[in-house]
Every structure is written in C-alpha cells, then in structure tokens.
Design a protein around this ligand. Sequence first.
Ligand SMILES: [Fe+2]
Ligand SMILES: [Fe+2]
Length: 172
Amino acid sequence: MISEKMVNSLNDQINSELYSAYLYLAMRAYFESQNLLGFANWMNVQTQEEMVHVMKFYDFINSRNGRVELGAIEKPPVEWASPMEVFEAVYKHEQFVTDRINKLVELAQGLKDHATESFLKWFVDEQVEEEASDVAVIQKLKLMQNAPGGMFMLDNELAQRVFTPPPAAPPQ
Ligand SMILES: [Fe+2]
Ligand SMILES: [Fe+2]
C-alpha cells in the first residue's frame, strides 16, 4: 500500500502535467495565430506527450491502490512577444518540472517507497530529453537571428516532429 503523502504528491504531479499540456496547447494556439504551423505542430506533439505523462501518473496511482484526485488547472498565458520568448518560457517551465520530479524522487526515497522511486526513474530520464530538445530549438532561433528565411526554414523543420504513442501496457 502506498502512503497518503506519496499519493497526494503524485496527484499534485498529475495537476502539474495537465498544466504543462494546457500551457503547450496555449502556445500552439499562439503559433497558429501567427501562421507558424510547424511551430504549432511541435507544440501539438508536446501537448500529447504531456497527456501521456498525466496518464502514467494516473495509472501508477491506481496500480498502487491509491485514489486519483483531480484539481483545477491554472489558466496559461495567451500571448507571447516572439517565438524566442515562447521557447524560453518552455525551457524555464521544463526546468521547474525537473525540479518537481527530483523532489518526488527524494520524497519516495525518504519514505523508502522503492516502487515509486523506480517508477519515477523514467521521468528523470525524460526531463533530460525535454530540456535538451528545448535548448536545441532556442539555439537554432539564436543562430538564425537576422537571417532572412530562417524562420520559414525552422518552421518547416518543426513541422516534421511526430508524436509516438507509448507501447500498450502489458495485460495485468
Ligand atoms: Fe511532463
Ligand atoms: Fe514536459
């Protein structure tokens, strides 16, 4: 049986992952308003990945006989000044998420909850990838500053990103 403290913190993380999905959906809408449809595609994939994260926490709480509890999701911003400002906000947000995941790991360790600690390992690795892919886009945006056609090229590149659904869970 999982402790109440751990379940509460995992439920908070469901809320945080839902906010991430909500934030990236808002960013998608911003890019669509700018007719930057490749950037919008990148955000659409990001939103879907965050929903996968939501369901991983959801399923894990259930599998430990905990109770999933959903809270209100904060309103994300509507406008940004530029694609660079958006990606800087994404990077900052993901660093914040990494910090939250690390705190969950520390809580699981403190409670000697090895199952939760093992479950969280996937998220520790995922955050390394998340931050790296944000930095990659920021670096490209910096490189192409003042380069004519740069935004068009990057928009085309980001249009190529595809969402890969997670493999189906083995039957329990
Ligand atoms: Fe996430
Ligand atoms: Fe994320």
